[in-house]
Design a protein around this ligand. Structure first.
Ligand SMILES: [Zn+2]
Length: 348
């Protein structure tokens, strides 16, 4: 092999070794193996040689080129390995560092309670029925035997929709859903109706203009108040625990006859303390209203009163939630402070 070819090898070797990173190596490889490198020029000069010398010189050039290429490959592998090791150290992620805490979303405690109640009644064979929040006056009042001069219809309690000729109101209770159900289908009817309702109250510790009710309605043959009482006891125990049953107190509602207030056994003292602040020593706390569906309502809804009778009951969801969790101010439920909601196990 000629001296100048041997020099090409040692020059390339030196250049590759001196390249300390992949960028420098790339330019060294271009100088020693690229189109304008000495070895490429030597190859091009072959054509100027006499045919007899050409073959031997060509072989020499090829073997030098292969040797330089092999050196280049091994140096490139070496530099790549070094770079990878450096990255592993320089860009190391400390998995023990604290991360940014992100808040998980979740359902509002009222929604969780509503779902629990629906689950309970679906387990008893009821269906969940829902209706619009903007309701006709007829469904909200007339069909429920609430006459035009009833105090509940006055401007103080009800949000009427303008123009008044539309005869629409924001529903003041979920009872129109019961009317819709009775108009829609034939008995037997077993439905639970949860939903938002509206009354023109100021927001304070015990009132809110937007609140949630849950009502139950049963229409079937031979339904009596005993069925109502048994259902309410089961409901109360499921909500407030073993030993919490209900008592019915005579009352009046236009849509039920007879009507009763539903009280529950005081969940704080269980009727055993005269000094109890929750029940004021009564042993009972008011929970909701109930009764046998007024035959006038059944007739308005096309139910055959000679065959069928039924009961209905209704409770405030906010009140139920306050009882269950010892919440004393209703504003906490509606203000949407995540610190309040988080206590109920968000994201369940
Ligand atoms: Zn008590």
């Amino acid at each position: 092999m000629s001296e100048n070819l041997r020099e090409l090898i040692s020059a390339a070797k030196t250049a590759f070794e001196q390249a300390s990173d992949l960028d420098q190596f790339k330019s060294a490889r271009l100088s020693h193996l690229g189109d304008k490198s000495p070895i490429a020029l030597a190859n091009r000069e072959l054509s100027q040689l006499a045919p007899t010398d050409r073959a031997a010189r060509g072989q020499e050039i090829n073997s030098v080129k292969s040797e330089i290429a092999a050196m280049a490959q091994s140096r490139e592998e070496e530099l790549t390995r070094e770079r990878d090791e450096r990255i592993l150290i320089e860009e190391r992620v400390d998995v023990t560092l604290p991360t940014r805490v992100s808040q998980r979303g979740g359902l509002h405690p009222l929604t969780l309670l509503r779902d629990d109640i629906c689950d309970l009644f679906v387990g008893l064979g009821y269906e969940v029925a829902e209706g619009p929040e903007l309701e006709s006056e007829w469904l909200n009042f007339d069909a429920l035997n609430i006459p035009a001069d009833h105090p509940a219809r006055t401007m103080q309690d009800t949000f009427f929709i303008e123009p008044l000729t539309t005869k629409l109101v924001l529903r003041t209770h979920t009872s129109p859903v019961q009317v819709r159900t009775m108009l829609d289908r034939k008995p037997p009817i077993y439905v639970i109706c949860p939903g938002r309702t509206f009354r023109s109250d100021e927001l304070d510790a015990t009132h809110t203009p937007v609140f949630n009710q849950v009502e139950g309605l049963v229409i079937d043959e031979h339904i009596t108040m005993a069925h109502l009482k048994g259902t309410l006891d089961h409901f109360a125990t499921a909500m407030f625990g073993e030993g919490i049953n209900t008592r019915l107190r005579p009352s009046f509602f236009p849509f039920t006859e007879p009507s009763a207030e539903v009280d529950i056994r005081c969940f704080v003292c269980r009727g055993e303390s005269k000094e109890c602040r929750t029940c004021k020593g009564e042993g009972w706390v008011e929970w909701g209203g109930c009764g046998m569906v007024n035959p006038k309502v059944l007739i308005a809804c096309g139910i055959d009163i000679n065959r069928n009778s039924g009961f209905a009951f209704g409770m405030g969801l906010e009140r139920t939630l306050m009882f269950r969790h010892g919440i004393t101010d209703m504003r906490e439920i509606v203000e949407g402070d995540v610190r309040f909601t988080a206590q109920f196990g968000v994201g369940r």
